[in-house]
Every structure is written in C-alpha cells, then in structure tokens.
Write a protein that binds this ligand. Structure first.
Ligand code: SF4
Length: 373
C-alpha cells in the first residue's frame, strides 16, 4: 500500500473491527501462520489471537530456534539513565505526571557524570537516556549537551525522550546517538485522550507520526511498543506490528526493536484496565519473533526475576538490569520517587551469573559509533 505517512494507513482501520477480527481467528489460520516463512501483520494477528493459545508450545520452540539462529546465545545489556523527571504532560499511569506534587529534578553536569561513572563501573557500555517531556528544562539542547558529556564514556547512547521534529533528530544523530525509543502507549485513538488529558502528548497524531520523523532523519534504530494493560493488548499489538511492518519497508536501513512494558504500580497512577497474564506475554513475545526473526526484543526490569529468567530463553535479545527509574537514582539521590516500581532489582553481577548458568553470554557492546565516523 503506497502511503506517505503511517497515519494514512492507520486511518483505514477501525479499532473495534480489528479487535473482532483477531478474536475470530480459527485454528487453521494459526497453523498457516506458523508454517509460513514470511509473515504479514495479518499472520501475526493470528498468532496473538485466543485461537493460538493451544499452539504455545510450538510457538515457544520456533521462537527459541529462530532467536538462536539469528542472535546466538547472547543477551545485550543496557542501563537506563534518568536525566530529569520534569514533565508537562498528564499521563494517568505515570509517577512523573504533571499533576503529581513530587520533587522535580534535572541532573546537573556533575550529577550526570556521577551517575554515568557508576554505570560504567558496573560494566555498561550501552546507555539509554530518559527524560520526562518538558521543553523548558530537559529540551533538545539539554539532551544534546548530556550526550556530549557522556560520549567519551559510552560507545552506544540511545534516548527515550519527548517526541521531536526531524531536524532535531538529525541534530542528535550528528551527536552520534544510536536509537530513539518512542512508545505509542495505545493505538486506541478515542481512549488515548483519557490517558493523556493534558499536554503535548495528548495529540495522538503527533505521537503516531513520530517514528516517521525519526525514520526521515535516518536514525540507526527505532524502538517501539505500547503500554500493555491500557487497552486490549492483542489489538494494540496488532497495530504495533502493522506500524513496524510499514516502517521497515519505508526506512529499510534502520533497525527496529520492540518492548513489552506491562503497567507497574506508580505513585498516584491508575491500575491496569485489562490484565495480561504471563502466558499471554509469552505468546506475544514468541509471535513477534516468528513474525520477524531479525527484530530486537527488549525486556525491562518491570517483570519479576522468575519470569525474566524464563523470557530470556524464548526470544528476548536485550535486557536492562539493576535499573533505577528516578533521576539520580543510582548515586545522587537514591530516595527520589520512581517513574514506576522496578520488579527485578538484581544488579549486573547477579544477572551475569544467571545468564552464564543458562549458557548465555552477556554482551556489553555489540556496536560502536566509531564504525560510522
Ligand atoms: S509517561 Fe512520559 S510524558 Fe507521561 S507523565 Fe510520564 S514522563 Fe511525562
């Protein structure tokens, strides 16, 4: 389908019809998808449908095999570094929401370097810089400056910050960032507004079109996902796969990753609307792997140690560990309020042991910006 921007394709779909279609898949659709070499988003939808539940053992086996063929028994390690919890948006599920009376903090140069040296000493070489969405304190100039400060210490720096314009992404690319992570949170256009009642983030289409702007800037990697627990996870995941499929065809030089954040408790935030079980999370991860064997699948510390130990072996390629989700959380101000509660608090040493016991190798570096200089 020839469209200029993803929103044109998205607008051809209707949430309710899509949901009903996913829930109406039959066993034969799942079998067809499982036996195909090249899957479409429609096949992916069959694999995440209720009809695919009985095929979970086959999906796990296939996912494991495809992951090991493409990535070996390697798990890439990264750490988030929260730079700021200033945020001008109200998001009903987040501890940093503008309407929460919390102490706001934007790390200074010295504080950024203190946190960074701590992570470097723990072995990390891939860093994810995270900020709230705030054009005043943690704007693109602040982020660019932080990258300049950190560049000598880390060979791979990615960002998860407010959506930017293409020129701003180009500027950060010149600073040698590797990836931009941007989560749509939900593709349910009507309900999106109830979770994002105020601030720039309440503009559904500006967010939806962000990966296009990142792709146009020729970014090395785009990370995607939805917040699982807001709306029907199957329908939201279908739209993520549709979006991914569109982006891969259009910006084919860019690499892609998907994450699967399930809602975690945070001060003042809503609880999940729709529960997604551990088994369903496994179904989703294996479906992504079968849909796209090259896709990086990333897992944060939101999940429990027991579940993370299992998921590592079925399709995940990238994990964070020992994470703090508050600015200054590693050294500078460990007591500050977190964005969400971490469920797996194992540090990098412990996680390394777990991986090695399972016959996996923790990878601290799989890419260096110097290759592109
Ligand atoms: S999810 Fe992001 S934009 Fe929303 S309140 Fe939290 S930090 Fe701000």
């Amino acid at each position: 389908m020839n469209v200029q921007i993803f929103s044109e394709l998205f607008d051809k779909y209707n949430w309710q019809n899509t949901l009903e279609k996913i829930y109406s898949f039959k066993e034969e659709h799942v079998k067809t998808a499982l036996n195909k070499e090249q899957l479409t988003p429609h096949d992916f939808a069959a694999l995440i449908s209720p009809a695919a539940k009985q095929f979970l053992p086959q999906m796990i086996t296939k996912s494991k095999l495809l992951t090991q063929q493409r990535f070996g028994k390697n798990i890439l390690m990264y750490a988030p570094l929260y730079l700021s919890n200033e945020c001008k948006n109200i998001c009903t599920y987040c501890g940093f929401s503008f309407d929460h009376k919390i102490k706001r903090k934007v790390l200074s140069d010295t504080e950024i370097l203190t946190e960074a040296h701590y992570l470097k000493n723990k072995g990390f070489d891939h860093l994810l810089l995270v900020t709230g969405e705030d054009n005043q304190h943690a704007n693109v100039n602040y982020i660019a400056h932080a990258i300049d400060l950190l560049r000598p210490l880390f060979s791979n720096i990615s960002i998860e910050v407010q959506p930017l314009d293409t020129d701003e992404y180009k500027l950060l690319l010149e600073k040698n960032i590797y990836a931009v992570l941007i989560y749509q949170e939900t593709y349910h256009k009507e309900n999106y507004k109830t979770y994002h009642p105020k601030g720039k983030k309440s503009n559904f289409y500006y967010r939806l079109e962000t990966p296009d702007r990142i792709g146009k800037a020729n970014m090395h990697k785009i990370g995607m996902g939805v917040l699982l627990g807001l709306e029907d996870w199957r329908t939201d995941s279908f739209f993520t796969a549709l979006h991914l499929d569109y982006l891969q065809k259009k910006y084919w030089k860019t690499r892609y990753s998907v994450s699967f954040p399930r809602i975690r408790p945070a001060v003042g935030s809503i609880k999940e609307n729709i529960h997604m079980s551990d088994e369903e999370l496994i179904q989703l991860i294996t479906a992504y792997r079968i849909f796209n064997p090259d896709l990086e699948l990333s897992l944060s510390t939101r999940e429990s140690p027991e579940l993370r130990n299992k998921l590592i072996e079925i399709g995940i390629t990238t994990i964070s560990t020992g994470s703090k989700t508050n600015p200054g959380g590693y050294v500078v101000e460990p007591q500050a309020l977190e964005q969400f509660e971490v469920h797996d608090d194992r540090g990098s040493e412990e996680m390394t042991k777990v991986l090695e016991q399972k016959g996996y190798e923790p990878l601290w570096k799989d890419w260096d910006i110097a290759l592109f200089d």
